[in-house]
Design a protein. Structure first.
Length: 279
């Protein structure tokens, strides 16, 4: 890492980068350090060719309590209170756009992102995991898109990412009620792929899944994410055309030749592990 981090810690092994939320607010609440550091962290990790999958998890007993209101208020109070001038309103919009940028970078990263959730995942936490590619949770996980209870609209990605994951109906239910939902509900609606009995079992499963992903050729995995992201708001025909163009440039690769040869020789393929965006 180019600079020290206060809100995040990093552990890299076997092609997997595990990033833990640290707070420093209670329950890994998202304060000024988090919003400043997450975009930089994603830029740093994206430039690491040895990293082929990313796991986000919380430290301690929670994933995240969401926005650290007490520590963020000094930054936004002047922009949001009373009758602010147009210049202050523009500053607030710029602040919101900057806070969105870290989650957008998660979504747009060439590397697959897994969110492993235990304990509470509130507000900004739900917005964050919605930007991940895969979500897993422990049985003790609880989810709440709680902004309505604070008289604000979720504005850092949840309303954009969630409908693609859980549909309009469940997104609207969570956003309109600000209610608390357990792991069983999250699995039933498709917010998470799998539920594990304990946090330890969750973290072990997340690491196993990440290593499965990292063992595949990066060009194929990152290509799949690229095509899936492109197709989110496109027609099926547009998506088919894009993947045809994509694979016509990617199939003549060393990894593809190795996969074909290994299949013929009935052995495990040895793929290039150091491929980043651009392949």
């Amino acid at each position: 890492m180019n600079q020290p981090y206060q809100s995040l810690s990093f552990e890299s092994a076997a092609g997997v980068m595990t990033i833990s939320l640290l707070g420093p607010g209670k329950g890994n609440a998202m304060g000024p350090e988090f919003w400043e550091e997450l975009p930089r962290a994603m830029d740093d990790v994206d430039q690491m060719p040895d990293v082929r999958c990313i796991i986000f998890r919380g430290s301690g007993d929670q994933f995240s309590y969401g926005l650290d209101i007490a520590r963020m208020m000094p930054r936004i109070a002047g922009m949001a209170s009373g009758n602010p001038l147009a210049s202050e309103r523009r500053k607030l919009m710029d602040q919101i756009r900057f806070m969105q940028s870290g989650f957008v970078k998660m979504h747009e990263s060439a590397k697959p992102v897994i969110a492993a959730v235990h304990g509470w995942c509130i507000g900004g936490g739900v917005n964050m995991i919605a930007a991940a590619d895969i979500r897993l949770c422990a049985r003790d996980a609880k989810f709440s898109l709680r902004e309505a209870r604070l008289a604000i609209t979720p504005d850092i990605g949840g309303l954009q990412f969630l409908p693609h994951l859980i549909g309009q109906g469940f997104t609207r239910e969570m956003a309109f009620t600000g209610g608390d939902y357990d792991a069983t509900f999250a699995e039933r609606i498709g917010l998470v792929n799998h539920v594990y009995d304990t946090p330890d079992a969750l973290f072990e499963a997340a690491n196993t899944l990440a290593r499965q992903i990292a063992d595949n050729p990066a060009s194929a995995v990152q290509g799949a994410k690229e095509v899936l992201n492109y197709s989110l708001n496109k027609s099926i025909e547009d998506g088919l055309q894009y993947v045809a163009v994509w694979n016509s440039s990617q199939l003549p690769s060393v990894d593809f030749g190795e996969a074909m040869q290994a299949t013929l020789e009935k052995r495990k393929a040895e793929f290039n592990k150091k491929i980043n965006r651009g392949y």
